[in-house]
Write a protein that binds this ligand. Structure first.
Ligand code: AMP
Length: 281
């Protein structure tokens, strides 16, 4: 596995692979890898010849009061894990390498970023789309792999790629969970044992809502009220949102008639967790 820190070096690596006719798969991450990230690599290995992973904690997507400084980082450990699943090259640039001077150009995807995490985290998706756009220009992948855990992110990036005619296929991959159902996240390490125990309510309540849906419930109010009430039973949980939205537009719906996303964001102490489930009539 090769490690690159500069744009020039990764560009050269990609140019050589492309000249040899290799299809490039790309997995962008912020590091502190877990099995969720590794599942994206495994999918990439099946669908491309070369898998490049980026590890970059992108300051642009963190708000002023968010956890940029506390975000967990361990490049050595990440490199070992990346190697075990067959990553071919890691691109781990510094902030200076990615933002050598004040960035004045941004990618902004409208409407899709107004709801859900976009509403709670102003500027977050502008930071995500801008850095992913930069990374796509640097790595020039044929396919890029993103986790459905960040369902809004997948949708926004698919829209960006379509709107800006970027020559990359964006592939959404299933959420990987711990054995007890908690969606894997680099932020789970912040949870105290008690917070972690209570956080199981996210997946549990979503799964129960799915059962109600399968039994015929179609009302957004009924389903979101159910999930909210279940989560509120966890004493440490502070709900940011519980929403049922159309999977394409990400805007609120009243009744489920097409593919829909039931999504939650909940704080446990200083840790904000998200989870979701797709409901398909
Ligand atoms: P992050 O490092 O949190 O920015 O995540 C990098 C990529 O891994 C994103 O596409 C995430 O959606 C994806 N990812 C994070 N957690 C999971 C998970 N539990 N299952 C599947 N994909 C995930």
């Amino acid at each position: 596995m090769q490690l690159f820190h500069t744009i020039q070096d990764i560009r050269q690596y990609v140019a050589d692979k492309r000249a040899a006719g290799r299809r490039i798969g790309f997995v962008p991450t912020m590091g502190y890898l877990h099995a969720g990230h590794l599942s994206l690599v495994e999918r990439g290995k099946r669908e491309a010849d070369i898998v490049i992973m980026s590890i970059f904690v992108n300051p642009l997507q963190f708000g002023p009061n968010e956890d940029l400084d506390q975000y967990p980082r361990d490049l050595e450990r990440d490199l070992q894990l990346a190697e075990t699943v067959g990553v071919d090259a890691v691109f781990a640039p510094s902030v200076r390498e990615m933002y050598p001077h004040q960035q004045l150009t941004f990618i902004n995807t409208e409407l899709l970023t107004d709801n859900l995490c976009g509403a709670s985290r102003p500027g977050h998706f502008r930071g995500v789309t801008t850095v992913v756009g930069k990374l796509f220009n640097i790595v020039q992948p044929d396919k890029a792999f993103f986790g459905q855990k960040d369902a809004q992110q997948v949708r926004v990036i698919q829209q960006m790629v379509a709107d800006l005619n970027m020559p990359v296929a964006v592939i959404g991959c299933p959420i990987v969970r711990e054995a007890d159902g908690l969606a894997m996240s680099s932020r789970n390490v912040y949870l105290s044992p008690e917070e972690r125990r209570q956080a199981l309510i996210l997946n549990q309540s979503l799964t129960e809502a799915q059962k109600l849906f399968e039994q015929g419930e179609r009302s957004a109010d009924v389903l979101t009220d159910y999930v909210s009430r279940r989560i509120q039973l966890a004493p440490f949980a502070k709900i940011d949102y519980v929403k049922l939205v159309d999977l394409q537009t990400l805007s609120d719906i009243r009744e489920i008639s097409g593919e829909s996303l039931l999504a939650v964001a909940v704080r446990f102490g200083g840790t904000r967790l998200i989870d979701n489930i797709v409901l398909q009539p």
